[in-house]
Write a protein that binds this ligand. Structure first.
Ligand code: GLA
Ligand code: ZN
Length: 676
């Protein structure tokens, strides 16, 4: 297994494409890899055209030689199945493999991640290739994981998909009557009499552009299409996985995910995956909390099981608007950030920079200069050596978080398809807002799904839970009744699973837990705001202001102006042995830090320690101990007082309880704490 091991080391390496080079370069690559302490390579990500040059010809000769080479050099292999880009002959002979875009345009051959997930041809040949690979390389001990396709994503609106969508709907809803009910087709007389009348929702039918984003006339239809598209790609993954398992049941299978990637319901996907792996490419200008949050999301997909950092760039991402360099120390810092949040690998795209096409200026271990005398190579080599020193220490470590944030893909889709109340509705941003409050207090948090067991948490926050799915309210009811602290916000509890409004006042099924009901909501245009006073300080109220009535809840703050001045904006309700908080608006970072700090105190959740702004703290624990990670993202030297005695693993320095630790900018400390 590549993750969750007790022994071994954090694997260090990544995407390697020797097929783009003459064989004379390969030996030199091996020398450079040895120098840089590389011990794993991801092979064969985009080789379908080479492996199957004709419909009934397979040719593994080159891959055999690559495998011999990397094995002779002691490298482990993450073996991809190559099915993320189909060969040109296939597109020509079987146009059903080509995708159709949202505007109805049928694509020609080109690009990658380009196959229709419901194309019978694509599925047949993808599965066949996966199976051939598994058969051929089944005895190669170097293979530590199968990497199916690559970054599944996008969508298709072709006729195959339309047919498959009808089938999917029929299986889900049984009769057109039920379909009409859940989509509320009585609106605008869209009644369907026959499954064949259903068409895909795109620009040719229900969807349209509105102020730069896509809108739909029928949320129910569009929402189901999101689910269907995610399921269709998942089925492709599952089919390949099955084929691989036939020959190599012992080799774990994964595909590389992309963090907060809206089109695919990763919580559903992860149930089929042996382990989660993902590619961390923070957007240009992103703050470190965004990567931290994405790591936590990935860790949560399999209930805290360690994951693999499959890709990150050693230096630049060529596709950013400005391809800024990772500053000295940042590659190492972000690598440890991944480890701190649950990764058991540190892997990269890519090992050697290509000379042609769109990624030739993407970062790599070996640059176009072609030798080891580069800053990036030196930084990678130093990190590789450091990870060797950590052999057998951190692997398999878990994070015992007492706070959780609920993330739900159906909710994400539904909330953002909603026509109104505001174009400022942004689910991921709302989640990030709350995440930051925990992060800045150094309180570990899990990102959980509505299916997960909540009983181990003291606080569960479900910001913007617009769709409260069937049964989730009951789970929350029990959680709070048993003594849990629950928190939710404006734009929550509006709809059930099909995006049909739960009548009787918002937030629908959550009203009794929160002890409130919301009568109206005022969407404030950008730049406008109301305000409230909490804990003696004035904070802004923006985006949406709920006009709510308490029904048992206590009011903690009220609006300061407008016709709803004096109405509650922040409430808490005692429910059973627990408490339920409602935040009726969007405020600022200071408010969330303050307020969540109070809620955490009340719930008995303690910060790991106090750190200066920019210094992140995270924790992992395994049989070898409890490890406190300190990551200085700031531009200045920072210091913190350690809550307990511990030994810093990278320097060997021992610290006493209450002693000060000093971290240079971009530096990292990993402390094995004396007490658990
Ligand atoms: C993705 C892909 C890689 C490569 C990198 C470049 O993560 O999986 O093949 O394109 O992006 O950043
Ligand atoms: Zn299609």
């Amino acid at each position: 297994m590549i993750v969750g091991n007790r022994e071994g080391k954090i694997l260090f390496g990544g995407d390697y494409n020797p097929e783009q080079w003459g064989e004379d370069v390969w030996e030199e690559d091996m020398r450079l890899f040895r120098m840089a302490h590389i011990d794993v390579v991801t092979l064969n990500v985009f080789s379908w055209a080479a492996l199957q040059p004709k419909e009934d010809t397979y040719d593994f000769a080159k891959l055999d030689r690559i495998m011999d080479l990397v094995e002779a050099n002691g490298l482990k292999v993450c073996m991809a199945t190559s099915t993320a880009a189909h060969p040109a002959w296939m597109a020509r002979k079987y146009p059903d493999v080509l995708r159709t875009e949202h505007n109805g345009m049928r694509r020609k051959f080109g690009s990658r991640h380009n196959s229709c997930p419901n194309s019978p041809t694509y599925r047949k040949y993808a599965v066949r290739l996966a199976e051939r690979l598994a058969e051929r390389y089944r005895d190669r001990k170097s293979i530590v994981a199968w990497h199916v396709a690559n970054e599944y994503g996008g969508e298709c609106y072709c006729e195959n998909c339309e047919k498959a969508f009808r089938k999917w709907l029929k299986e889900k809803y049984g009769t057109p009557e039920e379909l009409n009910r859940v989509w509320d087709t009585a609106f605008w007389g869209h009644t369907f009499y026959d499954w064949e009348e259903v068409v895909v929702p795109n620009l040719q039918s229900e969807e349209f552009y509105w102020e730069g984003s896509i809108r739909t006339n029928f949320q129910g239809i569009s929402l189901d299409y999101r689910r269907f598209n995610s399921d269709s790609m998942l089925a492709c993954y599952q089919l390949e996985q099955e084929a691989l398992k036939k020959h190599t049941p012992q080799i774990p299978v994964t595909t590389n995910l992309m963090g907060f990637y809206k089109p695919l319901d990763y919580q559903k996907w992860a149930r089929s995956m042996d382990f989660v792996s993902w590619d961390n490419y923070p957007a240009y200008g992103a703050v470190p909390e965004q990567a931290a949050m994405a790591h936590d999301l990935m860790r949560g997909l399999k209930q805290g099981m360690p994951f693999a950092l499959m890709e990150q760039t050693p230096s630049v991402s060529n596709w950013h608007v400005y391809c800024a360099l990772k500053r000295p120390g940042v590659m190492r810092l972000w690598s440890y950030q991944a480890v701190a949040h649950g990764s058991d690998t540190v892997m990269f795209f890519q090992m050697r920079r290509s000379i042609g096409a769109c990624e030739k200026y993407h970062g790599a271990l070996v640059d176009h200069a072609g030798h080891e005398n580069t800053r990036v190579f030196r930084e990678m080599t130093a990190l590789g050596a450091e990870l060797e020193k950590l052999e057998g220490v951190l692997l398999g470590g878990r994070t015992d978080a007492k706070a959780a944030i609920v993330v739900d893909w159906d909710n994400w889709w539904a909330a953002e398809y909603s026509a109104g109340p505001s174009r400022l509705i942004c689910y991921a941003e709302e989640i990030l807002t709350y995440y930051k409050a925990f992060y800045r207090r150094n309180i570990p948090v899990d990102l959980v799904s509505v299916e997960d067991d909540l009983s181990g948490y003291r606080l569960v926050a479900a910001p913007m839970l617009y769709m409260c799915k069937d049964g989730f309210d009951e789970k929350l009811r029990q959680f709070v009744a048993a003594g849990g602290h629950f928190l939710t916000t404006y734009f929550s509890g509006y709809v059930e699973d099909h995006d049909l409004v739960v009548t009787g006042g918002y937030p629908g099924r959550l009203k009794d837990i929160l002890g409130i009901w919301v009568e109206e909501s005022d969407a404030l245009p950008e730049g406008n705001g109301n305000w409230f006073v909490y804990g003696g300080k004035k904070y802004p109220a923006t985006v949406m202001c709920d006009l709510l009535h308490t029904q048992g809840a206590e009011t903690l703050a009220v609006y300061g102006e407008d016709f709803y001045a004096g109405m509650p904006v922040l409430t808490v309700n005692g429910f059973g042995k627990g408490k339920a908080y409602y935040v009726a608006t969007r405020s600022d970072a200071d408010f969330y830090k303050e307020f969540l700090g109070k809620v955490c105190d009340d719930a008995g959740i303690c910060p790991l320690l106090e750190t200066p702004e920019g210094m992140e703290a995270a924790v992992r624990e395994n049989e070898n101990g409890r490890f406190l990670f300190l990551l200085n993202h700031g531009e200045d030297t920072g210091e913190a007082l350690l809550p307990q005695a511990g030994e810093e693993l990278l320097t060997g320095i021992k610290y006493g309880a209450g002693e000060k630790i000093v971290l240079e900018k971009k530096d990292v400390a990993i402390l094995r704490m004396e007490d658990r």
